[in-house]
Design a binder for this molecule. Structure first.
Ligand SMILES: N[C@@H](CCC(=O)N[C@@H](CS)C(=O)NCC(=O)O)C(=O)O
Length: 236
């Protein structure tokens, strides 16, 4: 069996895309939480590779970028779910949705995770709880990380011409709802890359008020539950 390690930040939507992919494929893996400030836990990456998470180590071979990693998993681990459908139109839709996740959703999400001081404090708590850092490192990440991310979140809003993260996310969720229509999954009857990427990214807000708000939308709540059940059933 291959030895697989995911280097990640607990609240990174790109890392959660990869986690959703690993779970749906039924691939066993180990997680290493990376200190967002020092990133010292990251393995030695080749020159030119960004010092960013997610990084996936498969038997010593490193891959980075969530899209690249998901494509690699689909090619090398046929497993329980195929991410890319055979049908060309469905495949195009799945890729289109993943692009939306990377270009829109993953930018809206930090603004509802770190947008208010209450949210930023909650984010610090989640990171501290799930990390393997020592006491001092934990305190620094909790305080420093939240401060930095609160600023990052303000910058994203400004850059994207948005003023309210929750309202922005709500508009993005309108898009998801329109893709879903009355289908069980985003591209129809089966789970695809579209569900892996979207569900994965959205998993990082489960402990935040924006998640409760999202779950008041019946089609999205039903879809979210369906994918979550499949993730739990397939998980290694
Ligand atoms: N396109 C990359 C984006 C990865 C990314 O931006 N990761 C962020 C965390 S959410 C990161 O590591 N940021 C650290 C930094 O920029 O210093 C992917 O899909 O994996």
């Amino acid at each position: 069996m291959k030895e697989i390690t995911l280097y990640q930040f607990e609240l990174c939507p790109y890392c959660h895309k990869v986690r959703a992919g690993l779970e749906l494929k039924g691939i066993a893996y180990r997680k290493v939480e990376v200190n967002p400030m020092s990133k010292k836990e990251l393995p030695k990456l080749p020159e030119g590779a960004p010092r960013k998470v997610p990084v996936l180590d498969v038997d010593g071979e490193l891959r980075w970028d969530s899209t690249v990693i998901l494509n690699y998993l689909d090619e090398h681990f046929p497993g329980k779910v195929r991410f890319l459908p055979e049908d060309a139109a469905l495949r195009d839709r799945a890729v289109q949705v993943e692009n939306w996740v990377d270009d829109a959703l993953t930018f809206a999400l930090p603004t509802v995770i770190y947008g208010t001081w209450g949210e930023a404090a909650k984010a610090a708590q989640v990171t501290a709880r799930t990390s393997n850092f020592g006491l001092l490192q934990n305190l620094m990440v909790r305080a420093g990380g939240s401060l930095v991310m609160h600023e990052v979140s303000k910058r994203i809003l400004k850059k994207r011409g948005q003023t309210d993260g929750r309202a922005w996310l709500s508009r993005e969720l309108d898009q998801l709802e329109s893709w879903l229509g009355t289908q069980p999954f985003i591209c129809g009857e089966a789970i695809t890359l579209a569900d892996v990427a979207t569900h994965g990214a959205l998993t990082c807000i489960t402990e935040f008020p924006a998640f409760t708000e999202m779950m008041t939308r019946p089609p999205i709540a039903a879809w979210y539950g369906r994918v979550a059940a499949q993730r739990a059933a397939n998980k290694a």
